[in-house]
Ligand binder design. Structure first.
Ligand code: NAD
Length: 543
């Protein structure tokens, strides 16, 4: 038992490496990428400390080179999903009763393993399997994941410190118990950091987990699992499985011990899961916690006083980095007529300097989209715009899948503020611009608020304060993360807690203590130090 009130280290954000030409870090990262490119890895299921090779496999191919096989992963059947649930339940008691500082030590060690010996591997697998440029892989798979692990440990301690008032006579204590049962984590393809955070944040608070990563992120998920094991995570605390997502989810949700879900992915999938939980509510031992961060249709709105250069940079970075496949990516832009030509011209001249291709070539700013389904979705949208008389493509509009799933950075200008590409999440390098009359700024803000069902991120650009103030008010519920004169992407753990509302999710703010609170069920313990011995209150005595 701990005879001390320990302090976890003050969390620091991991420094971002820049991978400049000729640098040691660049050469090392390239070397690991090339080695993994030549290998063919087999990724097992991780259940209760066992690596299980089921022989029912899916092949892993880089999205930017879809004919190249770089490995395969073994998929679970229903029995193996049940095994994962049972393994999580078996590991629960020992894990929940482990001293919190031991749990903290495991995840702090995991952070340092990623910062050091595993950094190149987690970056290279993210580049290979998710087609991120070196910089995008660095800020996601290395820095953001390290930050999640360090900051969550700190937030856990902050939560545990919160205690009710006591008096000399009555001592009140709050114990932050993990949830009864096990938690299900489902992660998306687009952030290695989110994948690592969804399972580890829950486990950190004393829960055990069945984790299902996306088929398109399995390679870097495997590195995360190896890191957790090397950091000392006991068997069965996090069980990683993949396979048919519906079968896995249905099997998990059929368990009476299902205690909660930590989901990030598309809105449709999350709503479907919520409905299934509702249909089974009578079978559960407790009310499951439902936490989901989902889609977005993120906006940039510019006032006539906006800086053209700052605005154009935000549109390019916010819209096209990682091929527009960030949930926070800018995809609808509102420009005042007086600025529109200048901004579009500026963007077009900048886009001429952008090349599209494999992330192995560090000159490429844009690489491929994640898979054939994404490619076809974007191709269809581009063709729809080409056929429409309400919109025109001013830049890009090309696509090619001979080698990889490449979509050119595309800018559409529409005269219909409710045009399909202004409303629907397309999740690719396609931005739609609507140009408004300068005097209609306030009306435009109302339009921004009512155009899409989502409310994840958004930006206002203005060099005057009054328009910023108006936007803050009129767009109060239009975005969970709101940016002033900045792109709507790139939230940093501990600085910009992340999440949106409306159809964008439950807004439980990943990278902040609010999220961790969802994974505990506090127990209040009251103790009168000298208990009363007589039921009679003084008022009962005779006058
Ligand atoms: P997705 O919804 O296709 O998949 C997410 C996860 O759900 C994957 O593990 C997938 O296998 C699983 N899944 C798919 N169908 C399922 C089903 N029927 N039942 C149960 N599970 C199922 O999303 P994606 O393509 O991996 O990621 C992109 C989406 O995620 C976008 O909509 C994006 O906006 C969103 N996203 C949101 C945030 C956020 O913080 N708000 C962050 C990242 C991504």
């Amino acid at each position: 038992m701990a005879n001390g009130i320990y302090q976890v280290p003050e969390p620091q954000n991991e420094s971002v490496r820049v991978y400049a030409p000729g640098s040691k870090e660049r050469k090392e990262a390239q070397k690991v990428y090339d080695e993994l490119y030549e290998q063919s890895i087999e990724i097992p299921l991780y259940i209760g400390g066992e690596e299980i090779y089921t022989r029912d496999i899916s092949v892993i191919t880089p999205p930017h080179e879809h004919q190249k096989k770089i490995g395969s992963f073994h998929k679970a059947n229903q029995n193996q999903v049940e095994l994962a649930i049972n393994s999580a339940l078996k590991a629960k008691s020992q894990w929940a009763n482990m001293a919190w500082e031991s749990r903290a030590a495991i995840f702090l060690k995991a952070a340092e393993l990623i910062a050091g010996p595993y950094r190149n591997e987690i970056i290279a697998t993210t580049m290979l399997c998710q087609s991120k440029t070196i910089y995008q892989a660095e800020i996601d798979a290395a820095c953001e994941l390290i930050d999640f692990l360090r900051f969550n440990v700190f937030f856990m301690q902050e939560i545990y410190k919160q205690q009710p008032k006591s008096t000399a006579k009555v001592w009140n204590q709050l114990s932050y118990r993990p949830l009864e049962g096990f938690v299900y984590a489902i992660s998306p393809f687009n952030f290695t950091a989110i994948a690592g955070n969804l399972c580890s944040s829950v486990a950190l608070m004393g829960n055990t987990v069945v984790w299902k990563p996306s088929d398109y992120q399995v390679y870097s998920a495997n590195v995360i699992m190896k890191v957790f094991i090397e950091a000392g995570l006991p068997d069965g605390v996090i069980n990683m499985i993949y396979g048919d997502p519906e079968m896995i989810t249905d099997t998990v949700l059929d368990s009476p011990d299902f205690a909660g879900i930590h989901f990030t992915g598309s809105t449709t999938v999350f709503k479907g899961i919520w409905k299934k939980i509702g249909q089974r509510i009578h079978i559960y031992k407790s009310y499951p916690r439902i936490v989901g961060e989902t889609g977005g249709k993120d906006f940039i709105v510019a006032h006539p006083s906006a800086s053209v250069e700052a605005l154009s940079t935000a549109i390019i970075r916010g819209g096209f980095e990682f091929q527009g496949q960030k949930c926070s990516a800018a995809s609808r832009v509102y420009l005042p007529l007086s600025l529109a030509d200048k901004v579009v011209e500026h963007i077009l001249s900048e886009l001429k300097t952008i090349t599209v291709g494999s992330p192995r070539n560090f000159k490429n700013f844009v690489t491929s989209v994640i898979h054939k389904g994404a490619y076809e979705r974007l191709k269809k949208a581009i063709e729809m715009v080409k056929a429409s008389d309400e919109a025109k493509i001013v830049c890009g509009g090309g696509y090619d899948k001979k080698v990889g799933y490449f979509i050119e950075p595309t800018i559409v200008v529409t005269n219909n503020p409710k045009f399909k590409t202004m409303e629907t999440e397309l999740f690719g390098p396609l931005i739609t611009i609507y140009i408004y009359q300068d005097h209609r700024f306030e009306e435009t803000l109302k339009l921004v608020d009512t155009t899409s069902p989502y409310a994840l991120t958004g930006s206002i650009f203005s060099q005057e304060r009054l328009p910023i103030h108006k936007a803050l008010k009129l767009l109060e519920n239009s975005a969970g993360n709101f940016y002033i004169n900045d792109k709507p992407t790139g939230a940093v753990v501990g600085h910009q807690p992340f999440g949106g509302s409306r159809s964008s999710g439950t807004n439980d703010k990943a990278g902040w203590s609010l999220n961790l609170l969802r994974w505990v069920s506090p127990r209040l313990i009251k103790e009168p130090l000298v208990p009363d011995l007589d039921y009679r209150y003084p008022f009962l005595a005779e006058d």
